[in-house]
Design a protein around this ligand. Structure first.
Ligand code: PLP
Length: 398
């Protein structure tokens, strides 16, 4: 009688809502420090203000849905430079600017998921832990999300090839997060080779979420376009998503893009023309500049490298601590994730996300269940001084 008939009612509850409930009424044990949200706290790059000022008149115009030539050219140029592509990504047919990648990770599934696949309800595979938009987009578009556990023993990457044939046959799309959130794991060429072979065999689309690609510590992470070119795979059924939120520390600009298979880009552009706002003209001008400039990215990278050096100093001896290959999160094994996150707040005023809230209890794989139960996610997005103060407090906890 009370069952809610809408698809939207099935979407998972946000981990931030669950954290707020967990900590409600609990007094912080020290002046609060937020380590929960992946929102870079670095400086706004110098070029943003002057470009906005110059482009002010653009706020009175509806921009074209496909974005400006200048922005798509800048994105294509960046993709070629960053991923050493011999074949550039065609700015006219293979790139679509987005208002941040979250909308694309959610909404592009509507242009991909069929009513039925091989006579069954379509499935969308995703890593568990996951970014909220993956299962939400799957459910809202009518597919079944399959949470595939990314476990320490498989390098914190999901093993999609180990899924049953019956699931793979009805798979319409697969999410890849590399570098992953929260673990900071990076897929190598061998991993991509297995995934592309699976995609070809079962005819599914690969959705590669690469928004942490510029937050790395030693080696720039491999991207899906780079892997596809190295493996002579082509770009059919492949979409990559990237964003200025992490790379440029411009989360509030809401600017990202999707690039890849022109057939999928055209379908998604047609959907966006009805369902999503164009990217604002002046913000496109800022974005075009940001994709063409690496100096401000280096400033951000230096902050994260300093933070991770501090983490190694303060927590290096702690069991359960390890440095990620990329990204700005620590994925720390503490046991009892919910209890530990509550204690971090109550004893030390540190607000961090329990790993259990970032993953589904229905995870499948060599070990089923929730793979985040023993972990907390700590976002190292503050300046080095705040980071050291926070991690000293954390280190003092038993
Ligand atoms: C894994 C992952 N993908 C995508 C996004 C979305 O980023 P944006 O919409 O700001 O581009 C985030 C943001 O936190 C994220 O962590």
């Amino acid at each position: 009688m009370t069952a809610d008939p809408t698809r939207i009612a099935q979407l998972p509850t946000s981990p931030f809502v669950r954290l707020a409930t967990l900590l409600e009424g609990v007094a912080p044990g020290a002046p609060p420090i937020a380590l929960s949200v992946g929102e870079p706290q670095g400086p706004v790059p110098d070029f943003v203000g002057p470009i906005l000022q110059r482009e002010l008149a653009g706020f009175s115009k509806y921009p074209p849905i496909q974005g400006s030539d200048a922005l798509r050219n800048a994105i294509s140029g960046w993709l070629s430079r960053r991923f050493k592509l011999k074949e550039p990504v065609d700015p006219a047919s293979a790139i679509l600017p987005l208002n941040g990648t979250r909308e694309g990770l959610f909404l592009s599934l509507f242009a991909i998921v069929p009513e039925r696949k091989n006579g069954a309800r379509p499935a969308v595979l995703l890593p568990n832990p996951y970014y909220q938009a993956y299962p939400s987009g799957a459910l809202a578009s009518g597919a079944e999300p399959i949470y595939v556990n990314a476990l320490g023993e498989t390098g914190f990457l999901p093993d999609y090839a180990a899924l049953p044939e019956a699931v793979l046959r009805r798979t319409a799309a697969v999410f890849v997060a590399s570098p992953s959130n929260p673990e900071g794991a990076v897929a190598d060429l061998a991993w991509w080779k297995r995934l592309f072979a699976l995609a070809d065999r079962y005819g599914f689309v690969v959705l590669s979420d690469e928004c942490y690609s510029e937050i790395w510590h030693e080696t720039p992470p491999l991207g899906a376009l780079e892997a596809a070119e190295a493996l002579a795979q082509g770009r059919e059924n492949l979409l990559v998503f990237n964003s200025l939120s992490k790379r440029s520390g411009l989360a509030g600009l809401r600017s990202g893009f999707v690039a890849g298979d022109p057939k999928l880009i055209a379908a998604y552009q047609a959907l966006r023309a009805q369902a999503a706002p164009q990217v604002s003209g002046p913000l496109q001008a800022v974005s075009a500049h940001a994709w063409g400039d690496e100096a401000h990215v280096a400033v951000n990278q230096a902050i994260y490298r300093a933070n991770f050096a501090i983490a190694a100093e303060e927590l290096g001896n702690r069991p359960g601590f390890s440095l990620p290959a990329a990204g700005f999160f620590l994925w720390m094994k503490t046991g009892d994730s919910v209890g530990f996150a509550r204690r971090m707040w109550a004893e030390q005023g540190l607000r961090a996300l329990p790993g259990a809230y970032l993953a589904s209890d229905s995870g499948v794989g060599t070990r089923s269940g929730n793979p985040g139960l023993d972990y907390v996610r700590i976002a190292l997005v503050n300046g080095p001084e705040t980071t050291r103060a926070a991690l000293k407090r954390l280190a003092s906890m038993a």
